[in-house]
Design a protein around this ligand. Structure first.
Ligand code: SF4
Ligand code: SF4
Length: 363
């Protein structure tokens, strides 16, 4: 599998890496087999987290007999304080059966308050720096779902890598984060190429596993008729961007093989694929930054605007309708108090979009 330079780390990662979240659901021997099969097919980047059940232990066991310098192991701590994250990291090293990880990442930094806490004198960043001084991690990374927050983080110069969602219906990271990462030579790894769960807002292409490929006609029209075509399209859309690689959450031998095939077949986008993936985002493009929130009537404004985009931009009408109908509080609850619109840094006509959402046929 082709490898790409991971920014200033100068590590070379397989362009598709192994996302370790879903192996937590498998019995240990099966999980170990899946990870080892990925290694044999050329995956060298293994991403896991303390928060991901026993994923670290399974990856540790699977890779224990491999040459350590042939694997890039990236884990994460979700604790925000120095003291708690130090304890966390000790457990991670033990679970992973290694003296060091390649990248220690701050997990899920999704707002500025959390970022500031993590970067304070008593924050988790100090743990990462201490681990780096002591040779227990080579590099420090940050992960999250809000490109705006991550952009702020990487401009501090403290992070060597950034892990963020990007997929064909969730292009927000392309706007500012990825160009900024490029300018600072920060390695960009993409997560959730097949599904996106951003905070409380789920905008899945599929369920979060390759084994649950959608049979919905709209998604087939967007990505391809067969499961293999859909996975290949989704991964190749990401690989065509200026990124180091993409991790896919894999939990079976066949998922690993499907992802490896897609990576091996990818060289560049064909003109047909470029056409398939060119969408006019227009003026109502919600970045899901959340700055318009909270709404006094508890309306999930970004969710409604995103569903509207899925319908208007990507043609996912039924899919968007189902998601909208699943919301407990709908656009009808808007009383036009006027609080949200001035808070949107992108000047989106929020109330107008909510009015539009109200008018859509929902049966
Ligand atoms: S204008 Fe409507 S959506 Fe916006 S904050 Fe007020 S009630 Fe909520
Ligand atoms: S409507 Fe504006 S402020 Fe609210 S999430 Fe979208 S882009 Fe951000």
């Amino acid at each position: 599998m082709d490898r790409r330079r991971l920014g200033r780390t100068n590590l070379r990662m397989s362009q598709v890496g192994f996302g370790g979240t879903w192996i937590a659901e498998l019995p240990k021997p099966q999980a170990v087999e899946v990870v080892q099969h990925a290694f044999e097919l050329g995956f060298n980047y293994f991403d896991t987290a303390r928060w991901d059940g026993d994923s670290e232990e399974k990856i540790g066991e699977a890779l224990q007999n491999k040459k350590r310098n042939q694997c890039i192991i990236a884990t994460k701590t979700g604790n925000r304080t120095k003291r708690e994250s130090l304890q966390d990291f000790e457990v991670s090293l033990k679970n992973l059966q290694t003296d060091y990880v390649d990248i220690l990442q701050l997990h899920g930094i999704d707002d500025e308050k959390t970022l500031n806490k993590a970067m304070s004198e008593d924050g988790v960043l100090q743990t990462c720096k201490q681990a780096q001084r002591e040779g227990q991690t080579k590099f420090i990374g940050i992960t999250g779902h809000k490109p705006r927050v991550l952009t702020k983080a990487i401009t501090t110069g403290e992070f060597d890598t950034v892990l963020v969602p990007l997929n064909v219906v969730t292009p927000q990271a392309l706007e500012e984060l990825i160009p900024t990462a490029k300018a600072h030579d920060v390695g960009v790894v993409i997560m959730k190429p097949l599904s996106v769960k951003t905070s409380n807002l789920i905008t899945c292409l599929y369920q979060p596993s390759l084994s649950l490929i959608s049979e919905e006609e709209e998604l087939k029209a967007l990505l391809g008729q067969t499961a293999e075509e859909q996975v290949a399209s989704a991964l190749q859309y990401v690989l065509a961007q200026d990124v180091s690689g993409v991790i896919a959450g894999l939990k079976s031998i066949s998922e690993v093989e499907t992802a490896a095939n897609a990576a091996n077949q990818y060289h560049s986008l064909t003109p047909e694929k470029k056409q398939q993936f060119s969408f006019e985002l227009g003026n109502y493009y919600c970045r899901d930054c959340g700055l318009c929130m909270p709404c006094p009537n508890n309306i999930n404004i970004p969710a409604i605007l995103r569903f509207q985009m899925l319908q208007d931009i990507y043609g996912l009408k039924n899919w968007a309708k189902k998601r909208y109908n699943g919301l407990e509080i709908k656009a009808e609850k808007c009383e036009h108090c006027g609080q949200c619109t001035p808070k949107c840094p992108y000047n989106l006509p929020i109330e107008k979009q909510l009015e539009k959402a109200k008018q859509e046929p929902r049966e």
